[in-house]
Design a protein around this ligand. Structure first.
Ligand SMILES: [Zn+2]
Ligand SMILES: [Zn+2]
Length: 268
């Protein structure tokens, strides 16, 4: 048996993903209301009562909105690094002492039978991280909310069976759009968000590796500066122009702001 994964929601209006082995169920970020997470899990045949940990990437509202509520209601431990905790605790309300779990960025740890590696990403938060999850020989990496991809990140996501990467915006749409200048600059900057094009290029790079990902999910799509079809087609075009066949060499899927993704199984 291996890992299963489902993105319950992804985008600047709220992020929450579910990952589980046969013995362990976890949530990555809860930027949705507690109620919505409960309903979402129910729709994919899972139960909030089985969730044994909430992992937090960074303290932006679209990632922590429902963290405190779920922890209090279902007695779930919250895992974040110290800098993220320092800011986050002002926004999520009181959490039981025993549910405050602190990890070190860059240092692997386990929650039951899932091994987790948090690593730094470039984003305008206190100490933002992405996560890779290991179980048996399977690996899943979730990497959104980053302004640029460093060699270190490429090294961390190498050998993932499933990789979720950010495909936030179309650069032209963002530049032409109605966002104020400072916000455009922030999103386009090194500590902002990855464009469709950057996502495509990263996938091309990963395909040169010895064990390229079998499945890539595009995440954190902007409502204002992107369309799902545009993200998908832009990425596909970049792959095809690099002689990579989508559907044969690699599968690409979308994740959604307002509904669950498919459920993905990594069987090893
Ligand atoms: Zn975000
Ligand atoms: Zn963010």
């Amino acid at each position: 048996m291996g890992l299963r994964f489902c993105s319950l929601a992804s985008g600047s209006s709220g992020n929450c993903h579910f990952i589980a082995s046969e013995a362990t169920s976890l949530l990555i970020d809860v930027g949705l209301s507690g109620k919505r997470v409960e309903q979402s899990l129910e729709r994919i045949g899972e139960r909030i009562q089985d969730v044994q940990g909430i992992l937090v990437t960074h303290e932006h509202r679209d990632h922590i909105h429902g963290v405190g509520i779920l922890s209090r209601r279902f007695d779930i431990p919250i895992y974040a690094n110290a800098h993220t905790w320092a800011v986050m605790e002002n926004y999520i309300g009181d959490v039981r002492e025993k549910n405050i779990m602190v990890f070190d960025t860059g240092k692997e740890f386990c929650i039951k039978d899932i091994q987790i590696k948090p690593y730094s990403i470039s984003h305008d938060a206190a100490d933002p991280v992405a996560f890779s999850f290991y179980h048996d020989d399977g690996k899943i990496s979730i990497t959104t909310d980053l302004g640029c991809v460093t060699d270190k990140i490429k090294k961390e996501i190498k050998d993932s069976n499933l990789l979720m990467i950010e495909s936030n915006h179309d650069v032209e749409m963002l530049k032409m759009g109605r966002y104020p200048y400072y916000l455009k600059k922030r999103i386009l900057g090194d500590k902002g968000h990855l464009s469709n094009e950057a996502a495509g290029k990263l996938i091309v790079d990963m395909m040169q590796e010895s064990a390229p990902p079998e499945m890539v999910l595009l995440g954190h799509l902007s409502q204002e500066n992107n369309f799902p079809e545009l993200a998908y087609e832009t990425v596909k075009e970049i792959l095809v122009s690099n002689k990579i066949q989508v559907g044969t060499d690699i599968c690409i899927d979308l994740t959604y702001r307002d509904k669950e993704s498919k459920i993905y199984y990594i069987e090893k």
